[in-house]
Design a protein around this ligand. Structure first.
Ligand code: ZN
Length: 436
């Protein structure tokens, strides 16, 4: 089989998809060329327009289309043995406000192009090939990301998911729309129970997602392709520290139970334990961040009585992440005693990290060697749809370089050469896996 990726078609389609945007044309002359601002929030008219456009491409290519209750879209090329598990690929087409044109879209249009070019080259798959367009990878509208893939992997409660509140950015928290995911998806034409979205184990024999790196490593090291070995998972927590406040002059030091001083100790504690976890394991994969803090009452002459803080902790190893939290909790208990404060913890989410399939990694490595493609094995620090597909299928991801490591901005950019190379390696991997 001689495989030719239709470069012109793929790049044209990426550009066409980028024009389906709710962003006003950018006047920002400081942005490097080419830059294109994309806003495409799930289930808005623009998102539905993009889906319809992708469907048209898939139909023209002769693939069948299935949409599930949350709007995940399956573009399927049937294999000669329909009883076998399929080989899946895909990503997302939704975009946060003022995003770029490559996040997610390279993984969707690249996947579609991979299937089309395989078909045009005369390849006949034994297993079916499927390109997925997954719903709401971005958390913009419902406050949680990867809704489609979470449901597909069965890692979110379907009933709770349907009750999630609609928070379109235009309608801030002071003016909620009052709608839920159930209302919004049904209005968009996606019916049925969310429980029906989960895929059985075995539906996919293998899964490979192409994505832009969204970090600087590949470009900096001059490497053409990243093969993802692990996808780190974030956990986030909200803490409320209750102390005792008062007048900054009158409340004397021995009588204080300053909530902000206690919070400061917590921030340093989690940093210390994350660093120690890395040192113990000789890794850099544990990262802990307190990026938001609220101080009550927030006056220069008032001792803080209540502080809220948000912690984001990520790791590729859930046991190591848990060990940091264990040590952190011990410190919190100690400082509650010593400082006379009360600390409440609320878990926002605690996702499991994903580990890629050794077999799929080896398959891709072999292809890279045969094709003379330079690659490196790497960790995905951000989570992706593949994190949740991993609950029901063996997965890996392929990263292509991002200019300056930039993403979620209009100047997000990957070169045509990188996009085509990622698509080509994907197509060859799909072909190999489909004939196993
Ligand atoms: Zn993405």
């Amino acid at each position: 089989m001689t495989l030719t990726i239709n470069t012109e078609r793929l790049l044209r389609e990426l550009d066409e998809l980028a024009r389906i945007t709710d962003c006003p044309p950018t006047q920002d002359k400081s942005l490097p060329e080419p830059s294109r601002a994309v806003t495409r929030i799930v289930f808005t008219p623009r998102d539905l327009e993009a889906r319809a456009w992708v469907k048209k491409l898939a139909t023209a290519a002769g693939f069948t289309i299935r949409e599930d209750a949350v709007g995940n879209m399956f573009l399927r090329w049937e294999g000669t043995d329909p009883g076998l598990g399929a080989v899946g690929t895909g990503s997302h087409t939704d975009a946060i406000p003022y995003a770029g044109m490559y996040d997610g879209t390279v993984g969707v249009l690249g996947a579609l192009e991979a299937m089309r070019s395989l078909k045009e080259s005369g390849f006949v798959p034994k297993r079916a090939l499927e390109t997925l367009v997954l719903t709401s990878e971005e958390p913009t509208r419902f406050g949680i990301g990867c809704i489609g893939s979470r449901l597909l992997g069965g890692v979110i409660d379907p009933e709770a998911a349907d009750k999630m509140h609609d928070r379109l950015p235009e309608t801030d928290a002071t003016a909620p729309t009052g709608l839920t995911l159930a209302d919004v998806r049904q209005a968009a034409g996606f019916h049925g129970t969310l429980a029906s979205v989960k895929l059985p184990i075995g539906h996919y024999h293998a899964w490979v997602e192409v994505h832009i790196e969204q970090g600087p490593l590949l470009e900096r090291e001059g490497v053409q392709l990243g093969i993802v070995t692990n996808i780190a998972a974030p956990a986030s927590y909200r803490y409320t520290v209750e102390g005792f406040g008062g007048h900054a002059g009158a409340l004397l030091m021995p009588d204080r139970r300053d909530a902000l001083c206690a919070a400061a100790e917590m921030i340093l504690s989690v940093e210390r334990h994350a660093r120690a976890a890395n040192e113990r394991s000789g890794s850099v994969d544990t990262v802990a961040t307190v990026g938001m803090i609220g101080v009550h009452p927030g006056a220069v002459n008032s001792v803080p009585s209540r502080v809220t803080l948000m912690l984001d902790i990520r790791d590729t190893d859930v046991a190591r992440r848990n060990s940091v939290m264990y040590a952190f909790h011990a410190d919190i208990a100690e400082l509650e005693q010593r400082r006379g404060v009360k600390v409440q913890e609320e878990i926002i989410n605690a996702d499991a990290p994903a580990k890629s399939s050794e077999h799929i990694i080896e398959t891709v490595e072999t292809i890279c060697r045969e094709e003379g493609v330079s690659y490196k094995k790497m960790v995905s620090r951000a989570y992706h749809d593949s994190s949740f597909v991993a609950a029901v299928a063996p997965v890996t991801m392929l990263f292509i370089p991002s200019r300056n490591g930039v993403s979620h901005r209009p100047d997000e950019y990957s070169t045509p050469e990188s996009i085509v190379l990622g698509t080509r390696v994907l197509a060859l991997a799909l072909a190999k896996l489909a004939n196993e």
